[in-house]
Write a protein that binds this ligand. Structure first.
Ligand SMILES: *[C@@H]1O[C@H](CO)[C@@H](O)[C@H](O)[C@H]1NC(C)=O
Length: 128
């Protein structure tokens, strides 16, 4: 009996954290601190993320930015996905004289067995 209850405790210790990990609704980007890697700015997947951040920002903020390129960026692996910080160059076509500027985009790519979610957390103009 004693070994059975130890087994149950062991099972609980192993299974419960996993169950909680799977039900965490979201992970804040702040948790990515520490394990950053530089991204390859000419990687087609990174370019797609840059384009997504611009089009998503246009929808949310009713802007007319046109993606030009990914200037730099870094990513971090999280438990259930990937965190990205990209510096994106875009031209603001809503200005009388459209001009290009750098923007910082924060994205979270979440893996789910049934569906992956890509979310834009922040998109801000940065001073050059
Ligand atoms: C970056 O990505 C491009 C396109 O996939 C590839 O040609 C290039 O070799 C990569 N550069 C590095 C440093 O991995």
């Amino acid at each position: 009996m004693r070994s059975l209850s130890s087994l149950l405790v062991l099972v609980a210790l192993v299974i419960l954290p996993l169950a909680f990990a799977v039900t965490i609704p979201d992970i804040s980007p702040q948790e990515a601190r520490g394990a950053y890697r530089a991204v390859n700015t000419t990687d087609p997947d990174i370019i797609k993320l840059g384009q997504f951040s611009v089009s998503q920002h246009n929808k949310e903020a009713k802007k007319k930015l046109v993606f030009e390129r990914v200037v730099s960026g870094r990513d971090a692996l999280l438990l259930l996905g990937k965190y990205y910080e990209l510096i994106v160059k875009a031209k603001d076509e809503s200005l009388p004289t459209p001009s290009a500027a750098n923007y910082k985009a924060v994205l979270f790519y979440k893996y789910n067995p049934w569906k992956t979610i890509l979310k834009l957390y922040a998109f801000q103009k940065i001073k050059d």
